[in-house]
Write a protein that binds this ligand. Structure first.
Ligand SMILES: Nc1ncnc2c1ncn2[C@@H]1O[C@H](COP(=O)(O)OP(=O)(O)OP(=O)(O)O)[C@@H](O)[C@H]1O
Ligand SMILES: [Mg+2]
Length: 585
């Protein structure tokens, strides 16, 4: 039994408290199918989120089988299913794969036979068996809604909350979905609450809740709805609502509710007598004992963080390889960027003239020789510096391209999965593992490919390490940005700006004004990677670069630590951004 006792959800608007849900009191027995209807903006979604625990109630209390949810803790993640209006499936996966991932993320199964049995049962229940192999991208609106429901049903939730799962569907599909929800409420005493705009098929529900400006105007059986509002047709309920202030509707409802609840109870007993309700009547009102609750909890426990990590990583890789555009872009970048760098290598490969030891040379000959050596140093030194900087900047760009959309692009799915029990740690770890693969391939290929055309005089290992670090730093920071931004577009734009500023602010191309340099330098990953690589040079390149560079070259140890700090900071921001809730209103 779900009970709401004077529940309010309050926000502050222009300094005043505004109740979006205003003293809602309801009681909904097990095995009940309820519609939440009301004009747009009346607070249906807000009420649903308050029941789900996504909007913490500001006042009043919510009870579940005699348990006060505000005091004794929310429902377990598996006990509650919430089907939002937006799609929670990835286009690149099939129906079957989507349900499998949802199951693995929510439920701990003992073996693959148990997992398969659960998936098959849910497919059957939602009528998706025949299209299990179909990619999500080609599903119709009705099939998408079924998939959304299926992904919730994997944990056998006791409370299923659906937000407008029938909107935008043709009348036939709408009826099918309402029928499906109805059938789902007839199993295992499940409560199904469905927010809907549509006033069609109301007869399929056990009760209708009419909300008006956040207040309960009616909660009774569908057949008494028109009678209560003194109208001939359900379509006339909304115009009728508008005729009176919501406060009046509420007080009128409080006066009449007992009579209407008695009718609901009567209907229920009738259903039970006809054998249409699975639970024995006496059990319907008994609060579930603690013991029963605990055994169920033990039966359906959440999977471990490690298991969720494996599921997410597997799913990420699958989505990546199925997304041809992504694979093509990554390959193009991987091949073209090092080629761009190689264009510069002939200049760096030129031999530099050296000072001769001709003691008999005239002053003019000596001066000419000095000018020649200087000219070569400048040419080769700037080419070497340019090659390294080019590698660093292109890898920064790859880093931003790797991570900018990674979290922001799937934020609502993440929120939904967190609500279903996904650990943010497992999520972030899966992103780090996936991105680390990209970083290593990109950086090592860049270092190795360029090395084929230009032999790096000095420690190649150190140079490669700095290329990995700069890519990792930019990937981590852009992942942080991605975790904070509301949309993938905003995250991409900010990440591109961040890379754009790396080159001018690194001071490697043109020295920065003395006053600005100490302020900006600590934040510019490109400088530290460039400087660390330059410090790893030896021989003629090192001397040429030291001779021409106006910018200070820091020791490679310092560069290493600062880049590690950048990576750590990026990951800390990503952690904060990932774990904090970010639902769209
Ligand atoms: N967190 C919030 N902060 C401020 N205002 C909010 C918040 N959540 C909802 N609202 C406002 O509260 C009102 C009710 O919103 P809600 O989404 O619950 O309406 P609804 O009945 O679901 O409408 P619709 O049928 O259009 O989906 C709206 O005016 C909305 O703008
Ligand atoms: Mg809504």
């Amino acid at each position: 039994m779900l009970e709401l006792k004077d529940v309010c959800f309050t926000i502050q608007k222009n300094g005043e408290a505004l109740n979006l849900v205003d003293h809602a009191s309801l009681s909904i027995p097990k095995g009940h199918f309820m519609a939440i209807v009301g004009p747009s903006g009346c607070g249906k979604t807000t009420l649903l989120k308050t029941i789900a625990g996504l909007n913490p109630e500001s006042d009043g209390s919510l009870w579940w089988n005699g348990r006060n949810l505000s005091e004794d803790g929310d429902l377990e993640a598996w006990e509650i299913g919430y089907v939002p209006q937006f799609s929670i499936a990835y286009d690149q996966l099939t129906v079957d794969e989507s349900i499998e991932a949802a199951t693995r993320l929510r439920i701990k199964t003992n073996n693959s036979a148990e997992l398969d049995a659960r998936i098959d049962r849910v497919l059957k229940e939602t009528g998706l068996t025949s299209i299990a192999d179909r990619p999500v991208s080609v599903l119709s609106g009705g099939q998408m809604r079924r998939l959304g429901l299926a992904m919730e049903l994997v944990s056998d939730p006791k409370l299923l909350l659906c937000d407008e799962v029938t909107s935008g569907l043709d009348p036939r599909s709408e009826r099918e979905i309402v029928n499906l929800l109805h059938d789902l409420s007839r199993k295992e005493g499940r409560i199904v609450l469905s927010v809907t705009h549509s006033l069609a098929h109301l007869e399929l529900y056990d009760s209708i809740l009419v909300l008006h400006e956040g207040r309960v105007a009616y909660h009774g059986s569908p057949e008494q709805l028109t009678h209560y509002f003194s109208v001939d047709h359900t379509e006339l309920v909304y115009p009728q609502l508008a005729k009176q202030a919501s406060e009046k509707w509420r007080s009128s409802w409080i006066k009449h509710s007992a009579t209407y609840y008695a009718k609901l109870q009567h209907n229920r007993e009738k259903l039970h007598a006809q054998g249409l309700l699975e639970l024995p009547a006496d059990e319907l009102h008994q609060p579930e004992s603690e013991e029963a609750h605990e055994t169920k909890e033990a039966k359906t426990r959440s999977p471990s963080i490690l298991s969720q990590f494996h599921t997410l990583l597997g799913r990420r890789m699958r989505i990546f390889f199925r997304d041809r555009g992504q694979v093509f872009l990554q390959l193009a970048i991987l091949i073209c960027f090092p080629l761009l760098v190689v264009l510069f290598s002939p200049r760096a490969n030129e031999n530099m003239r050296k000072f001769t030891d001709a003691s008999g040379a005239t002053l003019q000959q000596k001066l000419e020789e000095q000018a020649g050596v200087q000219e070569d140093r400048l040419k080769v030194g700037s080419a070497v510096s340019g090659i390294i900087m080019f590698q660093v900047v292109l890898l920064s760009l790859m880093g931003s391209n790797n991570a900018a959309r990674e979290i922001a692009g799937e934020r609502q799915i993440l929120e939904k999965e967190k609500f279903g029990g996904l650990s943010p740690l497992a999520y972030l770890a899966s992103k780090i593992a996936f991105l680390s693969g990209l970083i290593l391939i990109q950086s090592l290929w860049m270092a190795g490919f360029v090395e084929l055309f230009w032999s790096f005089e000095g420690s190649f290992e150190k140079h490669a390490l700095f290329l990995i670090l700069v890519n990792a730093a930019m990937t981590a920071i852009c992942l942080g940005i991605s975790s904070l931004m509301r949309t993938a577009e905003k995250a991409s734009l900010l990440s591109v700006y961040l890379v754009g500023f790396q080159l001018p602010l690194s001071g490697a191309v043109l020295a920065l004004p003395e006053k600005i340099e100490p302020l900006t330098r600590p934040f510019i990953s490109a400088y530290w990677a460039w400087s660390g690589s330059v410090d790893s040079l030896s021989g003629q390149y090192r001397s040429a670069l030291t001779a021409i560079s106006e910018t200070q070259i820091s020791t490679s140890n310092l560069c290493f630590f600062i880049l590690l700090i950048h990576i750590t900071l990026g990951l800390i921001i990503s952690w904060i951004g990932t774990s904090r809730p970010q639902w769209e209103h």
